[in-house]
Design a protein around this ligand. Structure first.
Ligand code: AMP
Length: 191
C-alpha cells in the first residue's frame, strides 16, 4: 500500500493536490477537516463538539480526531492506500497513526511537506474564504491563530517523520500542475 501524509500549513494546497494524487494513484483521500465539515453539515454530536474549536482556528482534541481516523481506516479495507490530509497535526496523533497503521500491517510510506511562506498563505486563505464561505478562512485574526497553532503543535510532526527517514520537502509555490509534478516525482522515486 502507498500511504502518504500530505503535510503543510493551512492554505499550502493540500486539498487541491490530494484530489489530483488520489486520481493518479487510485488512493483514498482522508481529510480530517473534510470529515469534520461533513459531521457539521449533518449536525452530528461529533460535528457540534468540533465546530467550536474549528471556528476559533484551534485544534479539535486528539482523542476525537484519532477515533474518527481509526474508524475510517478500519472501514476502508480494500484500498491501494491513503492520502492523509490535515492529519496528523500533533505528535500524539502521529504516534497514534503509526500504531493504527502497524496494526493494519501497512506503514506510512512517506510524508510530503509543502513549503509556502506565510504571506502567500494568508492571501490564498482569504481568497478561498470568499469562494468557499468557510468561516475559518474569512477572518485574518483567526487565520493567524491557525498559523500560531501550526507552528506550535504541528511543526514537530515533520521531525517525527524525519527521524524515520520519511520526510520529503516540496516547494509549494508555482502553478498547480508544476507542484503536482514535483509531488509525483518524489513519490515515483520512492516506490
Ligand atoms: P483543515 O480543513 O485541514 O484546514 O481543518 C479545518 C479545521 O478542522 C482545523 O483548523 C481544526 O480546527 C480542525 N482539524 C482538522 N484536522 C484536524 C486534526 N488532525 N487535529 C485537530 N483538529 C483538526
Amino acid at each position: 500500500m502507498l500511504n502518504i501524509i500530505l503535510f503543510g500549513p493551512p492554505g499550502a494546497g493540500k486539498g487541491t493536490q490530494s484530489e489530483k494524487l488520489i486520481k493518479n494513484y487510485n488512493l483514498t483521500h482522508l481529510s480530517t477537516g473534510d470529515l469534520f465539515r461533513k459531521h457539521i453539515s449533518e449536525r452530528t454530536e461529533l460535528g457540534l463538539s468540533a465546530k467550536k474549536y474549528m471556528d476559533e482556528g484551534n485544534l479539535v482534541p486528539d482523542e476525537v480526531v484519532i477515533g474518527m481516523v481509526a474508524e475510517k481506516v478500519k472501514n476502508t479495507p480494500d484500498t491501494a492506500g491513503f492520502i492523509f490530509d490535515g492529519f496528523p497535526r500533533t505528535v500524539a496523533q502521529a504516534e497514534a497513526l503509526d500504531k493504527i497503521l502497524s496494526e493494519n500491517g501497512t506503514p506510512i510510506t512517506m510524508m510530503l511537506a509543502l513549503q509556502v511562506d506565510e504571506e502567500e498563505l494568508l492571501d490564498r486563505l482569504l481568497k478561498r474564504g470568499k469562494v468557499s464561505g468557510r468561516p475559518d478562512d474569512q477572518n485574518p485574526e483567526k487565520i493567524k491563530n491557525r498559523f500560531t497553532v501550526y507552528d506550535r503543535e504541528t511543526t514537530p510532526v515533520a521531525a517525527h517523520y524525519k527521524q524515520q527517514g520519511k520526510l520529503f520537502n516540496i516547494k509549494g509555490v508555482g502553478d498547480i500542475d508544476t507542484i503536482f509534478s514535483r509531488l509525483t516525482e518524489a513519490i515515483d522515486a520512492k516506490v
